[in-house]
Design a protein around this ligand. Structure first.
Ligand code: AMP
Ligand code: ZN
Length: 462
């Protein structure tokens, strides 16, 4: 399997540390607001990666953290903690905000059919682990103290530019001339521990050997990745914005503390953008999954849309593109629902399976993989039964529930339609084809398309 590694900036053959097993760490949500559909694109890409690894036969140990403290408004470690910001916005405690949005996040995550991680540890449950990590870094001389916290001295880590690349690193240095915190030695230095301001009692704060305060955002992932997956992990993922700040800083801390690479593969998903630019929580320009559902789309329509684009290309979100995804998915599911489940096995699907694996194992080429499902549906040499076998196989990666008949539609039809459908099914059972044809036409006029399959009558809205 080949995957693009942000560290080496090329596609590489994936090899795990331990044969047959993969340690996967994906950076999780900051639970101070709803996840927007941009965030959700990243979780969908990570889910496709995980499902592809499972298809390749790996046992995946997946850890995804929940950031419930320490993520400040500015990447330069200034401004308010996002949790406290959420608390003020809604007049609740920071702890309640975290609980509320964590719950909502996992509802969205499951609605999108993303496989649950093995563990979803929270930053606030790992303060001791983070303090231990700072102690190691302090002993090794990477830490200095300012009036507002403890900072990591990036000049002492020669590989600091590794993820973002030398050019971006120079650009970052150039762009950071105006530094808010004058006590920092370098503009790139980042907080490991921030002190609670003098005389101020924060909602989330802890004792530490250096003073009362809270951990820096990057520290939690270094501490939890090590705790649950070991000092070097196979794959570390996140959105593309993490390359130059969050992941660069995680890497600096972990590698200086442990003298080993934090991750062998770093994989990043590109952004979902809107025609007016970036979708972001802080600017308020964002759409949630609930908003899509309210407009009549399903989470699977959005998942399908994400699969049509490669994870390393930007995806511009418009309602036209979502409409297109919805129509395509609906038509695909209709075609699949019309396949005869009980028929004969005819035609070789191994070439389709091979092409599917080639696409997925070539850096997750989901659009190519999707096109194979459309191709096999058109293939006259392959029987329905075998087509279904291939689709079942492919859907272990897509996670689109292609073989599931939409149960929700049952609730959406009137009792009159329900009665007509029952009458027609009975007429067919009685071999009264004249009546069943009349009822089929009547249903069609009422917007219901009826089909007969070997497993009985199916229907859909026209
Ligand atoms: P956050 O909850 O802000 O910590 O972000 C959660 C995940 O969403 C991270 O992996 C980010 O890199 C990713 N992310 C943020 N904005 C976008 C976007 N517009 N498109 C795709 N991923 C994003
Ligand atoms: Zn992280």
């Amino acid at each position: 399997m080949k995957l693009y590694n942000s560290l080496t900036k090329q596609k590489e053959e994936f090899k795990p540390i331990k044969k047959g097993e993969v340690g996967l760490y994906t950076c999780g949500p900051t639970v101070y607001n709803f996840a927007h559909i941009g965030n959700l694109r990243t979780y969908i890409f990570e889910d496709i990666l995980k499902r592809t690894l499972i298809l390749a036969g790996y046992k995946v140990n997946h850890i995804m953290n929940v950031t419930d403290v320490g993520h400040l408004v500015s990447d330069a470690d200034t401004g308010e903690d996002k949790m406290e910001l959420g608390a003020k916005r809604e007049g609740k405690s920071a702890w309640d905000i975290a609980k509320q949005y964590e719950k909502k996040f996992f509802e969205d995550f499951k609605a999108l059919n993303c496989l649950m991680p093995n563990k979803t540890p929270k930053a606030t449950d790992h303060i001791e682990d983070m303090i231990s990590l700072i102690k190691i870094l302090e002993k090794k001389g990477f830490v200095y103290k300012t009036s507002d916290g403890l900072y990591f001295d990036t000049s002492k880590y020669k590989n600091y530019h590794a993820l973002m690349g030398k050019k971006n690193f120079e650009g970052l240095k150039e762009g950071a001339r105006v530094e808010v915190n004058k006590e920092k030695k370098q503009s790139m230095d980042f907080a490991l521990w921030k002190f609670s301001a003098n005389g101020e009692k924060r909602q989330m704060e802890w004792e530490s050997p250096w003073g009362v305060g809270f951990p820096g955002w990057h520290l939690e992932c270094s501490a939890m990745a090590e705790k649950y997956l070991g000092k070097t992990i196979d794959i570390h993922c996140g959105g593309i914005d993490h390359v130059s700040v969050h992941h660069t800083n995680e890497m600096a801390q972990s590698e200086c503390a442990n003298n080993t690479p934090l991750a062998n593969f770093w994989i990043h998903g590109e952004f979902l953008v809107i025609p007016s630019g970036k979708m972001s929580k802080s600017s308020g320009t964002f759409l949630t999954l609930d908003e899509l559902i309210k407009k009549g789309y399903t989470p699977f329509d959005y998942r399908y849309l994400c699969l049509t684009a490669h994870y390393r290309t930007q995806l511009e979100f418009t309602f036209d593109s979502l409409d297109f995804a919805r129509t395509s998915l609906k038509s695909l599911k209709q075609k699949i629902a019309g396949l005869d489940e009980g028929g004969e096995s005819k035609g070789d699907i191994s070439k389709y399976k091979k092409a599917f694996e080639d696409a997925c194992f070539n850096d997750l080429n989901t659009s190519k993989a999707l096109s194979l499902v459309w191709d096999i549906l058109k293939d006259k040499e392959i029987s329905s039964y075998n087509k279904l076998e291939f689709i079942k196989f492919a859907d272990t990666v897509f996670g689109l529930n292609l073989l599931t008949k939409d149960v929700k539609k049952e609730e959406e039809i009137s009792s009159e339609i329900k009665e007509l459908l029952e009458k027609r099914a009975q007429a067919r059972k009685d071999k009264d084809f004249k009546t069943s044809d009349i009822l089929r036409d009547e249903l069609k006029q009422k917007g219901i398309l009826v089909k007969d399959t070997s497993s009985g009558q199916t229907w859909e809205k026209i």
